[in-house]
Design a protein around this ligand. Structure first.
Ligand SMILES: CC(C)(COP(=O)(O)OP(=O)(O)OC[C@H]1O[C@@H](n2cnc3c(N)ncnc32)[C@H](O)[C@@H]1OP(=O)(O)O)[C@@H](O)C(=O)NCCC(=O)NCCS
Length: 171
């Protein structure tokens, strides 16, 4: 398509509220299917609900078309934020909505005084946002996980130094 014909979608982004829960659940079901409940990250979220203030929703014409959630946890003794799930409705992918959700999620966490975000996901997608794999054995999730997919982003330089341990609810 010629760039002259390109028109950006009028997507709005806002912090999540309780009103969005049903729409977000439908998007997650569409994106991940029933297997989503078996994920190790889900075991974490069962014990520590996500923080809506750190979670971002994308809207198009009033409909939720994308979502990213973040959960305040700790890795060993170190506070950290676990990012996920991230999902954009298939009809609206590849238009930058995922990228914007990732940017706003990092901004929200940083503004809340958080220092580290980690997630379980594809390096190819998350490395452009600054995420890097953690050495295998650094983070213990409460369920089976391919540890090569555990990626982390420092919001404050040096914040990953010395980090290690089990992912636990924030106390
Ligand atoms: C992954 C997902 C969130 C991407 O959303 P999106 O709105 O299409 O993402 P964007 O348009 O902002 O893409 C950002 C960049 O990532 C790239 N990208 C998109 N999907 C990718 C993937 N699966 N792997 C690698 N790169 C990907 C895009 O090409 C784009 O790169 P560019 O800036 O060079 O063009 C979306 O496809 C989705 O919901 N998938 C199903 C759920 C899922 O897999 N979530 C991630 C769990 S780990």
């Amino acid at each position: 398509m010629s760039s002259l014909l390109h028109q950006d979608l009028a997507v709005l982004y806002a912090p999540e509220t309780a009103d969005h829960a049903d729409a977000i659940e439908r998007i997650a079901a569409e994106a991940f299917g029933p297997g989503r409940f078996a994920r190790a990250a889900e075991r974490v979220r069962e014990r520590q609900p996500h923080d809506p203030a750190l979670s971002v929703v994308a809207f198009l014409h009033g409909e939720v078309v994308g979502s990213v959630r973040q959960t305040r946890v700790r890795i060993g003794a170190t506070p950290a934020v676990m990012l996920g799930p991230l999902a954009v409705r298939p009809l609206f992918t590849k238009r930058g909505i995922g990228r914007q959700l990732m940017r706003l999620a990092a901004d929200a966490a940083g503004q809340a005084g958080e220092r580290v975000i980690f997630l379980v996901g594809d390096r190819a997608y998350y490395e452009p946002f600054g995420y890097r794999p953690l050495p295998v054995g650094t983070v213990r999730m409460p369920g089976p996980v391919d540890e090569r997919r555990i990626l982390a982003l420092e919001l404050v330089p040096g914040a990953l130094e010395g980090i290690s341990g089990a992912v636990e609810p924030r106390r």
